[in-house]
Design a protein around this ligand. Sequence first.
Ligand SMILES: Cc1cc2nc3c(=O)[nH]c(=O)nc-3n(C[C@H](O)[C@H](O)[C@H](O)COP(=O)(O)OP(=O)(O)OC[C@H]3O[C@@H](n4cnc5c(N)ncnc54)[C@H](O)[C@@H]3O)c2cc1C
Length: 418
Amino acid sequence: MDINSDEKSVVVIGAGIVGLSVALKLHSEGYKITIIDRNEPMEGCSAGNAGFLSESNIFPPATKDILLKLPGMLISKQGPLIISPTYLNRMLPWTLKAAATLNKNKFDKIVDAFSSLITRSQTALHQLSEISGSRHFITSEGGLVCFITEEAFQARIAKIPLWREKGISVRVMDAQETREMEPDLTENVVGSLFFGNSGRCSNPQGLGLSYFSYLIENGVKFIRDKINNIQSDNNNNWIVDGELANYTASNVICCAGYHSETLLSKFKIKRNVVSERGYHLMLPDSGVNLNRPIVFGEPYFAATPMEHGLRLAGTAEFASPDLPANYGRATMLKDLAKKYLPHLNTDNAVPWMGIRPTLPDGLPAIGEISGHRGLFYAYGHGHNGLMTSAITAECVASLIGRRESPVDLQPFSITRFS
Ligand SMILES: Cc1cc2nc3c(=O)[nH]c(=O)nc-3n(C[C@H](O)[C@H](O)[C@H](O)COP(=O)(O)OP(=O)(O)OC[C@H]3O[C@@H](n4cnc5c(N)ncnc54)[C@H](O)[C@@H]3O)c2cc1C
């Protein structure tokens, strides 16, 4: 099927929040877009995230402490972070690359790159969501990270100079100030960090679906097909081979989340991404009233007030994407959350699992495949894919438009792991 082979034709593979954001941005710049997904839009990882637009996430995932605990994570079934023994062959090379980020020089560069993306993310999100009339899903009440032990609180306070150096607003609040801000928190709270420029999305799936509806109403094609191959026709066009048909366009953008590297492997992109499965528990009638997203510091997971209730979300389970979901990892959040929210009602809780596409340094991969003009990628957004979706779209638009990117994209090239 010859979709459109003029130079403004684009096939976007993947209708998660990254692919739809890229499609929306490029459509606003006059490109002729076709979106292809093997499922309906917004059914992958993007459907059920915590909706937290967090400015605090500027650090790579590996820490000395986590690496020392790795053997225990292979045995544990209940910890906040576990590794399936059957996934060890994929985790070993990933862990070696993740451990390399402990090197001070590398660490500093990653934090710089993260900050350059994160600090521009919300403005980009506001602007992009305006295009489709979806701005109402996004609010900016700030975000709280709260603690019930002094030790964990002080450990986090130690990072404040680094956040501030990168232009991120953070305020230390004692127990009283924290409870004044969020009266439903336990009296055992010892304090919190308030990130004044963080925000939230009240319905992450609704946001993506509203982008999608706008695009369809404005002439964008959606094709439901599983893509198995991308090849050049040696005539400045790309052919995307689906199970139902082949599609031709002059630009292809691979936004297939965890599955992107399968499609890109023939272009010498190695396997860098792992499946970091995360869970949420939706509480339709939580009985508590939170004014903003809150991260509970021990263990690390979030509670976000949403349109349809309170969403508890977090935990990391490194495991094959094909293994059945282990919903015990979602329901365990009930008891953990009650330590912070003693009056929480967890009746009728609904669990969900999604596959975070996570790269060893935590940064996404955004770029054009070297030597293959017109073939772009945007995947690997790990814990920050909603927050960084719109700025990613701006970066892709600058690449395809051959103009300067809003952030230096060199640290985001997938060749960084070669
Ligand atoms: C529990 C949890 C909480 C989270 N909380 C937050 C948060 O608070 N804030 C935040 O910013 N981020 C958060 N995230 C991360 C965020 O959800 C992800 O980074 C983001 O959804 C990734 O988006 P994506 O579009 O790359 O992937 P996806 O949403 O998975 O989309 C990829 C799409 O590609 C399609 N696809 C794959 N292969 C093919 C193929 N061969 N052919 C056709 N289509 C294909 C899939 O069907 C899918 O629709 C959280 C994640 C989880 C799991």
